[in-house]
Design a protein around this ligand. Structure first.
Ligand SMILES: Cc1cc2nc3c(=O)[nH]c(=O)nc-3n(C[C@H](O)[C@H](O)[C@H](O)COP(=O)(O)OP(=O)(O)OC[C@H]3O[C@@H](n4cnc5c(N)ncnc54)[C@H](O)[C@@H]3O)c2cc1C
Length: 192
């Protein structure tokens, strides 16, 4: 028989990055929150200590931190005339599973977009002319600007305990911020 649990203000489905940040913000504001997570519970002592965390076969080859595609998966089709079929083998898109979601195995790189990237269509048109982008190409500017987003970048970095301020990445000056304890991949290594 179904068990009736005490009522709460908010129920989050999934406790990855988005759910985790929302849970923190909401509970700090005094809202009662329950999160439903489809994957396993995790704790730093149990799950992120050596030697367990060095198990390459388990994590890299067998994708132990990602969605189990034998149990439940995404479907994919290349065009609308095809039947969507389950994607049993994960590729570069690795949906997270378990407490922390994909945030439990991300690379820790927290790039900020620069102003130009929000105005990609306008910038191409300014430089190469209106006809440069083919008519059937749907590329467009974002509905927000860097200036509008900046306070949220700052807030997000503070919430996630990233150091604030610019870092120098891959030989060019960039307003990217990188988590101090995590090594970035060689191509995007940053120094502060
Ligand atoms: C290998 C890798 C490296 C990455 N590196 C970076 C990086 O360096 N910088 C960066 O900015 N981003 C990076 N990302 C991307 C980043 O991790 C994701 O964008 C981010 O985690 C997405 O957050 P989310 O809350 O949307 O989803 P997730 O963090 O995946 O959380 C979703 C959660 O919901 C749960 N869930 C799903 N469906 C249900 C359901 N029906 N019921 C209950 N629970 C459910 C899942 O189990 C999961 O825990 C990386 C991703 C991967 C895979």
């Amino acid at each position: 028989m179904a068990k009736k649990l005490p009522e709460v203000d908010v129920v989050l489905v999934g406790l990855g990055w988005t759910g985790g940040i929302l849970a923190k913000e909401l509970t700090e504001a005094g809202v009662k929150v329950v999160a439903l997570e489809r994957g396993a519970m995790r704790s730093p002592q149990q799950d992120f200590t050596v030697p367990r965390i060095r198990d390459e076969l388990r994590f890299s080859s067998r994708n132990d931190l990602t969605q189990n595609t034998q149990r439940d998966t995404l479907t994919i089709r290349n065009n609308v005339s095809q039947e969507a079929l389950p994607m049993r083998r994960l590729g570069s898109f690795l949906p997270g599973e378990g407490l922390g979601g994909a945030g439990a195995h991300w690379n820790g790189v927290t790039w900020r977009w620069n102003d130009t990237e929000f105005k990609i269509r306008s910038r191409y048109e300014e430089r190469y002319g209106k006809k440069y982008i083919p008519e059937d190409m749907t590329i467009q500017d974002w509905g927000i600007t860097y200036a509008e987003l900046e306070p949220y970048y700052k807030n997000s970095n503070a919430r996630r305990a990233f150091p604030a301020g610019p870092a120098i990445c891959a030989g060019r000056s960039s307003p990217a911020v990188i988590r101090s304890k995590v090594r970035a991949p060689a191509t995007t290594r940053c120094r502060r």
